[in-house]
Design a protein around this ligand. Sequence first.
Ligand code: F6P
Length: 348
Amino acid sequence: MSKKVGILTGGGDAPGLNQVIRAAVYQGVKKYDFEFVAIPDGWKGLLEGESYPLSLDDVKDWIVEGGSLIGSTRTNPFKIENGGEKCRENFEKMGLTAILALGGEDTLSTAYKLYSEHKIPTVGAPKTIDNDLPGTDQCFGFDTAINRVMEAFDRLRTTARSHHRILVIEVMGRHAGWMTLLGGIAGGADIILLPEEPFTFDKVAEKLKRLKKQGRKYALVAVSEGAKMEFAEGTDIITQDAQLDEFGHVRLGGIAKILAKEMQERIDWEARYVVLGHLQRGGAPTAFDRWFSTRLGIAAVDQIAQENFGVMVVLKGSKITSVSLKEAAKGIRTVPKQFIELAKIFEP
Ligand code: F6P
């Protein structure tokens, strides 16, 4: 009997999702004679018992598409009573053999829980522009996002230079600075502020003054949305509101505005700010992400064919391999000290 695989995407969308799905369907249909269904809107779809068929024809042109064509939510099945049992029940009703879950920390730790506590055979693939998932050297979506950051820097540089201004650029990434670091280095940022190393307004102002003294008439500052400001009484992050999502995350954002205002006041240098926001994750993936996602989709289906469940397919060095989904539940992977130091070489 042919295997029937349900595919879902959870959490924030990321470029590469449709490319993983496309490759999984190609590999599954052509190599193993699998059947596929989409489970719409992440774990919400499974909780509600929703699915629809995905054929080769459906996914054929998905190589160019951004976002998630099967929808994504941040639904946490374990936030509702008997959520795990409901998922198991619907898994059986749909006649599924396995679920391929594409997501970050939240989606994949849920996949692990459903596998270990409710015996749902799951396989995961690491998605997140934040690049903060442990167990893999890189997540798909990240390469596209840092290219967007770099392009934004290239554009903002010309306007900052024309008007002799400071431009503070806020980059996504939650509590990990990967996007700010790599996007900032690629975009030639003068100062890079990461969540991994709290900053003070005084120190940033000093650096900017130094830059001015060195003869530069404009400045580009990259700041992570989750960068922490250091005060005598501790550190603080800036949030958009006090509400938490179903996985307990706050909505970050707003730090660039505060930083730009502080710098303008402290050193009398006109400052503007830009929040790159969702432009960083919308749209079509880069060639690297299309290739990487394709490899992941194929490897994920191979794991299902081998009945090797409770794993996620990952990148280690240049190889695609698999690790336990337990890794996804180990907290976030932040930027190591050596890369934080590397960025400082380019500071004024
Ligand atoms: O996790 C991906 C991410 O884009 C973060 O970088 C960002 O903080 C968050 O999602 C934004 O979430 P939302 O799309 O719900 O505003």
